[in-house]
Structure formats: C-alpha cells, structure tokens
Write a protein that binds this ligand. Sequence first.
Ligand code: HEC
Length: 171
Amino acid sequence: MSGSWLSKARLAATVSAALTCLAAQAPLAQPAQDSGAGAAPVAPAPAGVENAQRAWQNWTLNCQGCHRLDGSGSDATAPGIAGTVAKFLLVPGGREYLIRVPGVATSPLSDADLAEVMNWMLWRFDKEHLPASFQPYTAAEIAPLRARPLRLEASQMRSSLLHQAEAAAAK
Ligand code: HEC
C-alpha cells in the first residue's frame, strides 16, 4: 500500500537525518587537534583559563602583532616567548615582571581577560618550564601590578632576570 510505503520512506528520512546530525556532531566531541603554530588551543584548558578559545582570540587580537602567532617573536618587534617565558617564574621578581612589561600592563584587556591570556600563554608556549607549584594569575593579583608598568627599565630588568632564570633552569 502506498500509505505504508510513505510512512517507511518518512521513517528512513528521519533516521538518515538523525545519522547525518550525529555524524556532524562527532568531530566536535573529539578534543581539538593541535596542528602547530597559531592553531586554536587544544582541550582541556589549563588552570586559570576559563575559556581557552577566548584566550587564544585575545592573544591573536592583542599580542601576536608583536610576538607572532606562535610566540616566536622577531628582532624588529618583540622577543620570542616560546620555550622561554615560563623561566621567568623560576626567579624572584619574574612573576611580577611578566605583568609589568609594557605590552602586558598597558594592553586594552580587562584584568580578568589579561590574567586568562597570561595563564594560557605560559601553558601554550612554555609548559615545559612551568613550575609544578605555579599558581595561575588572577585579576586581583594583576590589577596592582599593571598599574605600575615598566618603562625604560624593562629591557635592563629583562636581561638581568633572564640571566638568573637561565641559570636556574639549567640546574
Ligand atoms: C607593541 C608590541 C608588543 C605588544 C602588542 C605586546 N608585547 Fe609583549 N613584549 C614586547 C616587547 C618589546 C617585550 C620585551 C620587554 C620590553 O622591552 O618591553 C615584551 C615582553 C613580553 C613578556 C615578557 C617576556 C620576555 O621575554 O621579556 C611577556 C610575557 C609578554 N610580552 C606578553 C605579551 C602579551 C600577553 C601581550 C598581549 C596582551 C603582549 N605581550 C603584547 C612587545 C609587545
């Protein structure tokens, strides 16, 4: 009967629509693949990062112009931070320095978004030097630090801290 044929066809269409829908959703259920430089962040997000996608976007809009998408930097703009930035956390004053550098302190991001970008950046670009005891930056910690941005002293403080950090990292 044509009626039964129709209902079978309808059932088949419904099942096939449901399968298509499942297939479309399946890739989203997989953790995002880290396809290298500049790729969207991998899941799961590290401590102190509520939304890794947002952190990555904020990095892209506010930081990568100088530091490059992959954190490699360039002689003309900013030092590379990939593979080095977390070393600053190994020495006294380094944690504060990372927030007081002008590019960070004077960024247009809110304290909360900036804290998130910093936590994401340390993990994304230098997790191998991130101390096990690392406590994520918070908006409350960042606010008073960024109120005192480094000026001309930034580059001298940078070389002195980096020198100590390299020594600490080599231990
Ligand atoms: C206008 C270019 C510029 C922008 C934009 C910028 N930076 Fe920087 N950044 C620098 C330079 C140059 C230094 C080296 C210190 C100095 O002399 O200021 C630096 C240093 C740093 C450091 C300290 C690490 C080191 O090796 O000295 C961190 C961390 C950092 N930047 C993160 C960021 C983040 C996060 C953003 C975005 C919110 C950002 N920067 C935006 C230019 C920039």
